[in-house]
Design a binder for this molecule. Structure first.
Ligand code: PHE
Length: 450
């Protein structure tokens, strides 16, 4: 136990909490899932709801999770056991661990594609192709089911390796440098995208809201996307919060992470939609939206060959810092609650994910037998985690902080026992106690009833 404790602390001490939390938040959720959801849910109207979600719910929920983690110094299940002994609250933590496992199983599929696309861009296989060919190549790739499974397996192994070995002095340090590079590349891509012929229509789709499009489906999708993109509702931030030093400022951490995550998502939108409209891609194209549009932009850019490689490498790294956090939730739980060592915990979690992951990847083939209730296993897991489990976890987390732990504990922790000023703490606590549970519940129920 002493040894496990040491390792756990080591993970947090050498990396900035902001880098770790932003690393978890920024990933395929911003660059791949955000444009898909926005395209499928009416464009700018979705964006407005999304921004409201991240500001008014994202920040308070994130702060609640960091607070629970640092207060309890425990994994997501242990945290509830410690802070509310002999109650049913740890169920929230168990749900988070399960949710982390399920997200990892489909997230790693898309992560695997980033590896395939690195290879493709190195081989210069996008050069000179038109949109229709890129689209059919993408579809053909999905039909090579086992190729997807293998890339996914490679990505899971990579994540497992880092979680077991190198978090302290490897990846997080690089991520701190590489994520700003990703930002720069997105800006360059954005400039190219908005200057393409016909780009204006794409910008209008993104920024000119048609309020009549806001309905229950848009609300629940924006809520789910907000939670997904900020890694909320399943204990990532509880687990990471437990590694945070007592002298760190939790409130400013939450603000910085939400800001960074939102900027990257917006930039992705500014890249994808003008380009999609310019190339005649349907904004509802879903999975292909990003994977086909981006190579096409590079095709039309000086130095596109090199930029394209750099882009997919960075996308893979952004995905990796997110999968690390997903796996860390599961591994922290297994080591601390089931008392297995870190190596075996990692092996068990990775093998489990690979097994489920096979069904996820194979469910994207034409005529796949792997469907659940009419959806592919991929879509079913995406829907149930992002739109159901994360918001539900979020409700329980804010209720736990607002009603069970209460104001005094919360103020103590966010002001570092009175040593820090936290001018917004009263407003944020009000949101945590009343507004957030109410808003999430209403959106959630309206989404279920639709
Ligand atoms: N936030 C990550 C992304 O946007 C995905 C994620 C969700 C990671 C939930 C951890 C927990 O890519």
């Amino acid at each position: 136990m002493a040894e496990q404790k040491k390792k756990r602390d080591g993970f947090g001490s050498k990396i900035g909490i902001i880098a770790a939390a932003a690393g978890s938040a920024i990933g395929l959720g911003n660059i791949y899932r955000f444009p898909c959801e926005l395209g499928n849910n009416g464009g700018a109207a979705f964006l407005l709801v999304y921004l409201a979600v991240v500001i008014f719910l994202g920040i308070p929920v994130m702060l609640s999770e960091l607070f629970i983690g640092r207060r309890s110094q425990s994994n997501s299940v242990g945290a509830f056991k410690k802070l509310a002994p002999k109650t049913a609250w740890p169920i929230v933590g168990y749900m988070g661990v399960l949710c982390g496992f399920l997200i990892f199983a489909f997230y790693s599929t898309v992560s695997g594609w980033t590896l395939e696309y690195i290879v493709k861009s190195v081989a210069n296989s996008f050069q000179g192709k038109d949109m229709a060919t890129l689209e059919s190549d993408f579809a053909a790739f999905h039909n090579m089911g086992w190729r997807n499974v293998i890339w996914q397996g490679v990505f899971i192994l990579l994540t497992g390796f880092v979680v077991f070995k190198g978090v302290q002095n490897g990846i997080e340090k690089y991520a701190k440098i590489l994520m700003p590079v990703l930002l720069v590349i997105l800006v360059i891509l954005g400039i190219r995208a908005v200057t393409l012929p016909g780009a204006k229509e794409g910008l209008a789709f993104l920024f000119k809201p048609d309020f009549s499009k806001i309905n229950a489906q848009v609300l629940i999708s924006a809520l789910g996307q907000g939670f997904f993109s900020l890694s909320l509702g399943m204990g990532v931030l509880i687990t990471y919060g437990s590694y945070v030093k007592k002298s760190d400022n939790l409130t400013s951490t939450a603000f910085s992470v939400v800001l960074a995550d939102t900027v990257i998502a917006l930039l992705a939108g500014i890249v994808i939609f003008p380009a999609a409209f310019s190339f005649g891609v349907n904004p509802q194209a879903g999975m292909g939206l990003v994977f086909n549009t981006i190579p096409m932009i590079f095709n039309q850019m000086a130095g596109g060959y090199v930029f394209c490689i750099i882009f997919f490498v960075l996308l893979a790294i952004a995905a990796l810092t997110s999968t690390i956090s997903l796996l860390e939730v599961v591994v922290a739980y297994i080591t601390e609650e089931l008392h297995l060592n870190r190596r075996w915990s990692t092996v068990i979690a990775c093998v489990g994910t690979m097994l489920l992951g096979c069904f996820v990847s194979l469910s994207l083939m034409e005529n796949t037998p792997f469907t659940i209730g009419g959806r592919t296993v991929f879509d079913a897991l995406d829907f149930i985690t992002a739109n159901v489990m994360l918001p539900l976890g979020g409700i329980f987390i804010v209720v736990f902080v607002g009603w069970r732990l209460g104001k005094t504990h919360f103020f103590e922790e966010v002001t570092n026992e009175g040593k820090l000023k936290s001018p917004l703490k009263t407003v944020i606590f009000f949101i945590i106690r009343y507004l957030a549970p109410l808003a999430v519940t209403v959106i959630f129920i309206s989404g279920l009833l639709k």
